[in-house]
Design a protein around this ligand. Structure first.
Ligand code: HEM
Length: 503
């Protein structure tokens, strides 16, 4: 009853667990008859089933575990929640802080201001220029190591985009350089997992890490030990990098600084760790931010790039427009320069449109910090219907998929139509792929720059087509690949592609 009161009796789902919780993620939806568990994937599956029959808001009130929750899918309500307001903030018990330590993405307003202020200057045109150049270097390395895709189709293009994005973010933001075939430094002693492997384990076991109490790791469970090992190893790797960089700063031996010197993201953090003023960061905060950037900055970009390639392989006409744009901007076949970035407008529209359809960050979470008045809008016209009172402590979710597929903002929302972004009347606020308001993604431009560079480098030389497996039809390929799955980010099925060198 208190849950229903918290959401002002808004209509919606009544179930055992809120889907935005560790249990909501791991309990199988096959137990539905018993628990009515919507499961972690319900934003995706419900978009086809009319999640919002009447208003742009629904409530989820769990009767077993988790806070009362609301989901909103209109720009008007999104602004009230993640725009400039004191009524809503990041979660009090933030999973991000628990997992990584205090960091810019997870802290509530007061703590966050300091972190954002320290990090903002690092995201400069100088950094983006470097992101571009590093993307070219890494792309060439990838193409060589992959044998220029002569022998076989790519079974899942995310294996390429994920490694590419991790290499770009670790090189440009952290100065951790490694090679395509040897992803990250292996452990000094034999038999240990590489940092890259630890990264994969950690990424795939976030719900387990959140659910398992500390004492559980002393149980004889191989799986829990593996998870604990991966997180601990990543922490000690990060700490050792901080110590190394600190020593280099003190001795003046910082030679591999990629030309960014003290303004590089990692150096900015380490230097803040040395400060003792108002803008000082503790070691835990430096490590927390390091992890956050690596996690936030690579998986998301990789998913967005894979979705763009999946769309361009299905829509050959759009790919041809991209190719024509590339040959127009680079008629002499020279290497693209950062100064060309703004000229690749259609390439960028394709990337934005793919991110609209498959937003890697598919929900944005906030908590009501006080009893808050929310003006709710109706589904048909987006007009204000009435005010509701959302009680303090309610979990508030911006349903990014819900907004991106809301036909009021994007007519024929299911259709991949990059040219809709050429229309000056398009509501750009309805694209929430990188968030909105003061907590908007700090790495949005970073990610767009590396992605456009990747697409230009790939599509100028290779034609990308869908690769049908085991006699499947194109429709079966669509079903297999284009069904969103909510893990930590929204991902597609394995995007299998065929790359043919253009003559
Ligand atoms: C396609 C790629 C990316 C997507 C879809 C994405 C998405 C988002 C979204 C939706 C938010 C807002 C979260 C909220 O309001 O609660 C966010 C915040 C953030 N992102 Fe990204 N991001 C991407 C790339 C990156 C990159 C490359 C970096 C770093 C190099 C990065 C670092 C961050 C950080 C630190 C925040 C927290 C900002 C703050 O709270 O002040 N992201 N991102």
């Amino acid at each position: 009853r208190s849950g229903l009161k918290a959401v002002d009796h808004l209509p919606g789902l009544r179930c055992a667990f809120t889907p935005i919780s560790g249990w909501g993620f791991v309990i199988p939806t096959s137990l539905n008859p018993l628990l009515f568990n919507p499961g972690s994937n319900f934003f995706w599956s419900m978009k086809f089933n009319g999640l919002y029959p009447k208003y742009d808001i629904i409530s989820i009130v769990p009767w077993l575990q988790g806070p009362a929750t609301i989901f909103v899918s209109s720009v008007e309500m999104m602004r009230q929640i993640i725009g400039r307001t004191d009524a809503f903030d990041k979660l009090t018990d933030s999973p991000g802080v628990y997992l990584f330590g205090e960091n810019v993405a997870s802290l509530q307003r007061e703590g966050w201001k300091k972190h954002r202020r320290i990090l903002n200057p690092a995201f400069s045109p100088k950094l983006y220029n470097m992101v571009w150049n590093e993307s070219i270097r890494i792309f060439h390395e990838m193409a060589t190591c992959e044998g220029e895709w002569k022998d076989a189709p790519v079974a899942d293009v995310t294996t390429l985009t994920a490694r590419f994005a991790l290499m770009v973010v670790s090189s440009c933001a952290y100065d951790f350089r490694f090679t395509w075939s040897d992803p990250l430094p292996t452990a000094a002693s034999g038999g240990e997992k590489t940092i890259r492997e630890c990264f994969d384990i950690a990424l795939n076991s976030i719900p387990i890490r959140l659910l398992a109490p500390r004492w559980a790791y002393s149980l004889p469970s191989k799986m829990l030990r593996r998870v604990d090992y991966a997180f601990n190893r990543l922490t000690s790797f990060s700490k050792s990098q901080v110590a190394l960089r600190r020593e280099q700063m003190i001795n003046g031996t910082m030679d591999n600084d990629n030309g960014l010197g003290m303004s590089a993201v990692f150096n900015t953090l380490v230097r803040a760790g040395e400060d003792d003023g108002r803008f000082a960061l503790s070691e835990r905060e430096v490590v927390g931010n390091t992890f956050t950037m690596l996690f936030a900055g690579h998986e998301t970009t990789a998913r967005a790039l894979s979705a763009t390639l999946a769309m361009l392989s299905l829509h050959q006409d759009e790919q041809e427009r991209v190719y024509q744009e590339i040959t127009r901007v680079l008629p002499d076949g020279r290497e693209p320069a950062f100064e060309d970035f703004d000229s690749f407008t259609h390439t960028r529209n394709c990337f934005t449109e793919a991110m609209r359809l498959y937003p890697p960050a598919s929900v944005i979470l906030r908590e009501a910090m006080q009893d808050a008045v929310l003006s709710i809008t109706d589904r048909d016209r987006g007009k204000k219907v009435r005010d509701v009172i959302i009680k303090k402590g309610t979990l508030t979710c911006i349903d990014v998929i819900g907004i991106h597929y809301n036909p009021r903002y994007f007519p024929d929302p299911e259709i991949f139509e990059p040219s809709r972004w050429e229309d000056s009347t398009v509501n750009t606020d309805a694209f929430v792929g990188f968030g909105h308001g003061p907590r908007v993604c700090i790495g949005d431009r970073f990610s767009i720059v590396e992605s456009i560079c990747f697409l230009v480098m790939l599509l100028r030389t290779w034609k990308v087509e869908v690769n049908l497996l085991n006699n499947e039809t194109l429709e079966q390929w669509r079903q297999r690949v284009l069904t969103g799955k909510n893990t930590v980010t929204l991902c597609l099925g394995e995007v299998s592609l065929k790359l043919t060198k253009r003559s």
